[in-house]
Design a protein around this ligand. Structure first.
Ligand code: NAD
Length: 488
């Protein structure tokens, strides 16, 4: 933490204005590919949250009563502006997060899709009626916004994850307070600028930058009715339990340790390409990353050799440079933690078949770790149990599908899982017995699109309604039932 610098000091966005935080504490934001300071983010206080709540509360009174098609029209305009500014948004993601530019383009697309889904608000907000629940009596359900909603987001998808939350919440008539990750705060400011340009009234979307003080301010504030959280497991559990204890709706999406099971009949070209992309894309910093491959013994040597060969060919570097596939991890401290896990894996007796510490970029200024692969991993090892969230892949050898599923289901997490096979019967067995919310068949990152729910179970999710899709609409609305008898 530092207080003196020549880089930009970010402001909060409250009630349609850029305002200084009243905190004196700032944290430096780094470009992880170069280690350069690119901004300073305020670690805002509970007083800043209070100001945002006042603005959001005032805006809610009008916004919640604004005709739904008018709200949708602003979202259509927003979608257009996001498309027009796609290049700039993608570049900003790469600069603050480190992922390659092509992945950043893909992330912007996923964000835009959320806005497109939310623009369907007139249909999504519809209720239901039954004209005759008893003789001469009808019943109908009406949907309303819940009030002020807050979103707390992680560093790894600076656009997509906030876009799961605020466009739909706002389309449903709520006002919103976003607390972006303090490690990737820049994109959020651009997102709110473009939404304002699209015609969003002041106070409907507010940004309060910071860390745990802001989160605690949100958790304690009586006027905030619902919280969408995405981040690591311990924080998700804390936010869910504290928010629920304070009578709020909470959906808290958490960490992961996703397994890919490769069966003997799998197309190994497809499996290799998909696993490489899912394990090492975005430097393994995806909640849908392939962290473990459980491969059938009979093809294990062949698959491992192919994955190792493909990993050797990966281009590491600054994500802004043409052809780079693997960028840095988010911070120096995260790099150190990852190197610690590599050391731990060796001590635990796993076979290190590709050592990402040896790649030349690891010695530079950026926070690079090369693709790392452990073979002969077992479920008693920490490298199998913990979410490492970095380009480190564990291979577990199994005798068949049933054992692969048993290994995957032994994890405390249950976010995503993939199966590589052409056998319909095996696909069915996998679908029916695997513990995971998002399944992929012969593809590596089965992230659902905006109109479907996104999330998992066990330690990967706390709450009831998942993000996005109809679940998102349920989460951001409350219902009134009207039962009526009309008397002549
Ligand atoms: P994080 O938990 O460190 O931070 C997430 C948010 O919580 C940030 O806004 C941060 O400021 C806040 N926060 C952090 N510590 C806090 C504390 N002690 N008290 C209150 N607030 C706190 O997560 P991260 O490192 O930014 O993101 C990576 C994690 O997010 C990984 O575990 C990943 O699996 C998870 N993730 C999950 C999903 C999903 O859909 N399940 C999606 C993306 C990321």
């Amino acid at each position: 933490m530092t207080t003196i610098t020549t880089v930009d000091r970010l402001k909060n966005y409250i009630g349609g204005e850029w305002v200084d935080s009243n905190s004196i504490n700032y944290e430096t934001v780094f470009n992880p590919a170069t280690g350069e300071a690119i901004a300073e983010v305020p670690l805002s206080s509970k007083e800043d949250v209070e100001k945002a709540v006042l603005a959001a509360d005032k805006a809610f009174k009008t916004w919640s009563k604004t005709a739904v098609p008018r709200r949708a029209r602003i979202l259509f305009k927003y979608q257009q502006l996001l498309v027009e500014n796609w290049d700039e948004l993608a570049k900003l993601i790469t600069i603050e997060n480190g992922k390659s530019l092509s992945e950043a383009y893909g992330e912007v697309q996923r964000g835009i899709e959320c806005v497109e889904f939310a623009a369907g608000a007139p249909t999504l907000m519809m209720g239901e009626q039954l004209p005759d629940i008893a003789t001469g009596i009808e019943s109908g359900m009406y949907r309303y916004p819940v009030g002020i909603v807050a979103g707390i987001t992680p560093f790894n998808f600076p656009m997509m994850v906030p876009a799961w939350m605020f466009p739909l919440a706002i389309a449903c008539g709520n006002s919103f307070i976003l607390k972006p990750s303090e490690r990737t705060p820049l994109l959020a400011n651009r997102l709110v600028e473009l939404f304002t340009e699209a015609g969003l009234p002041n106070g409907v979307l507010n940004i309060v930058h910071g860390a745990h003080d802001v989160v605690n301010g949100i958790l304690e504030h009586e006027k905030i009715k619902a919280i969408s959280f995405v981040g690591s497991q311990p924080v998700a559990e804390y936010v869910y339990k504290t928010g629920a204890a304070n009578s709020k709706r909470v959906q808290a999406l958490a960490g992961a340790k996703n397994h890919s099971i490769v069966l003997a009949d799998a197309n190994l070209d497809v499996a290799t390409t998909q696993i490489i992309s899912a394990a090492f894309g975005s430097a393994g910093e995806r909640c849908m990353a392939a962290a473990v491959v459980a491969v059938e013994d009979s093809i294990a040597d062949e698959l491992v050799a192919r994955i190792k060969k493909a990993a050797d060919e990966i281009v590491i570097g600054n994500g802004l440079d043409e052809g780079v596939f693997l960028g840095p991890v988010i911070r120096d401290s995260h790099k150190d933690r990852t190197l610690g896990y590599i050391e731990k894996g060796i001590k635990e007796g796993a076979l290190l078949i590709r050592d990402g510490r040896q790649d030349k970029e690891v010695d530079g200024e950026g926070y690079f770790v090369g693709p790392t692969i452990f073979d002969n991993v077992t479920v008693d090892m920490k490298i199998w149990q913990d979410e490492i969230f970095a380009p480190v892949l564990s291979i577990v050898r199994v005798k068949d599908l049933a054992e692969g599923i048993e290994v995957a289901n032994a994890s405390s997490f249950a976010n995503g899982a993939c199966l590589y096979t052409d056998s319909a019967a095996d696909v069915r067995q996998f679908r029916e017995t695997i513990d995971a919310g998002m399944l992929g068949i012969n593809l590596g990152v089965p992230a659902p699109m905006a109109f479907f729910p996104f999330s998992g179970y066990k330690n990967s999710f706390y709450g009831d309604l998942h993000a996005n899709g109809k679940d998102g609409v349920e989460f951001y609305t409350r219902k009134k039932m009207v039962t009526a008898r009309y008397v002549k």
